[in-house]
Design a protein around this ligand. Structure first.
Ligand code: UDP
Length: 326
């Protein structure tokens, strides 16, 4: 049974991947400092509470658990926050990742799946955006992801045994359709979860950041992928590496986009509630349109998503929201 170390396995995407790995028969261990994750979200395998800043703890985990591969989710993920607190992002996302990679090198663990982001493209010159599009991130968050991708490329040049897959996520939403886990960060800023909080009555109104973008209804367009489809791509990427696959980079999305207003309509349709919406200025660091070109992912793995339906994505998120009590 292969042994997989998952950093950030108590967080939103990580916990869904941990659940899937457990169900597929992997021996999985989560390493998480619980800064935004929750112990109850680790529904398969064990949780080791630790910070990536603590190399001694990490060493202990590598010595005892002897992972065959690492999937690395830990990191800070909010674009506007990265603009206000860049050092937090460079430390969390870059320095801590380097700590992890150093320990991997010490223990000769050579397979790595990395949570990258469409934010590495900045304002894409090509839409839908393929992996070969120019990389010009417009936020510290995006720059941290790009820096780690460069570090990974350099390690694989220096060590031919080191193989990685970087997954550039577009937008992620929804929850485990079985209702066991879902999004549970203390102060959600992302559009779908915030809209659901408004529908639930926990937040007064939904602010639309910018209505004069060069899009048909003036609001930003994003490619929303269901968290379980994204989880599946991690398992596919892991198995590709375990089978001897070469280092690679893939976009993950559905290849189509919805505007902020279309997401709000879907939330209203699914929840049966009308949202109190306020229009406001643009947020810094938001590209107008992010849609993935997923031909490489589809061709390489013959990938077909299971939940490619915005209303279904929102329905699973809503069911989770109704159930979730802090
Ligand atoms: N957005 C919004 N109101 C919110 C949260 C987000 O209008 O309360 C917009 C945001 O400006 C962006 C889109 O929704 O255009 C997606 O933002 P989110 O923060 O969900 O994800 P990001 O694309 O930044 O990763």
């Amino acid at each position: 049974m292969k042994r997989i170390l998952v950093t950030g396995g108590a967080g939103y995407i990580g916990s869904h991947v941990v659940k899937m790995l457990g169900e597929r028969g992997y021996n999985v261990l989560t390493y998480d400092n619980l800064s935004t994750g929750n112990p109850w979200a680790v529904v398969r395998g064990k949780l080791f509470v630790g910070d990536l800043a603590n190399k001694n703890k990490l060493r202990k985990v590598f010595r005892d658990f002897k992972p065959d591969a690492v999937i690395h989710f830990s990191g800070a993920i909010v674009v506007p926050e990265s603009i206000s607190f860049p050092l937090k992002y460079y430390r969390n996302n870059v320095v801590n990742t380097i700590n992890l990679l150093e320990i991997m090198e010490e223990f000769r663990v050579n397979k790595f799946v990395f949570s990258s982001s469409a934010s590495v493209y900045g304002i894409p010159e090509i839409v839908p955006t393929p992996e070969c599009a120019p990389l010009n991130p417009i936020s510290p968050y995006g720059r941290t992801k790009l820096i780690v991708e460069k570090v990974l490329a350099d390690i694989s040049l220096s060590n031919s045994d080191f193989k990685y897959v970087a997954l550039r996520y577009f937008n992620v939403a929804g929850a485990d359709p079985e209702g066991e886990i879902g999004f549970a960060y203390p102060e959600p800023t992302h559009l779908v979860v915030r809209s659901l909080k408004v529908a639930k009555g926990e937040v007064n109104s939904l602010v639309i950041y910018g209505t004069d973008y060069p899009t048909p209804d003036g609001t930003c367009i994003r490619d929303y992928v269901h968290v379980m489809d994204l989880a599946e791509v991690h398992v596919i990427a892991l198995e590709y590496l375990l089978d001897g696959g070469n280092s690679n980079i893939f976009n993950v999305g559905y290849g189509k986009g919805y505007s902020v207003k279309e997401v709000i309509s879907s939330v209203e349709r699914v929840t049966g509630k009308r949202l109190n919406v306020v229009e406001a200025q643009k947020r810094e660091g938001d590209p107008p349109i992010l849609i993935a070109d997923i031909s490489k992912l589809v061709k390489t793995f013959n990938w077909s998503p299971k939940y490619d339906d915005l209303d279904f994505i929102i329905k699973t998120g809503w069911e989770w929201e109704l159930k979730f009590r802090r």
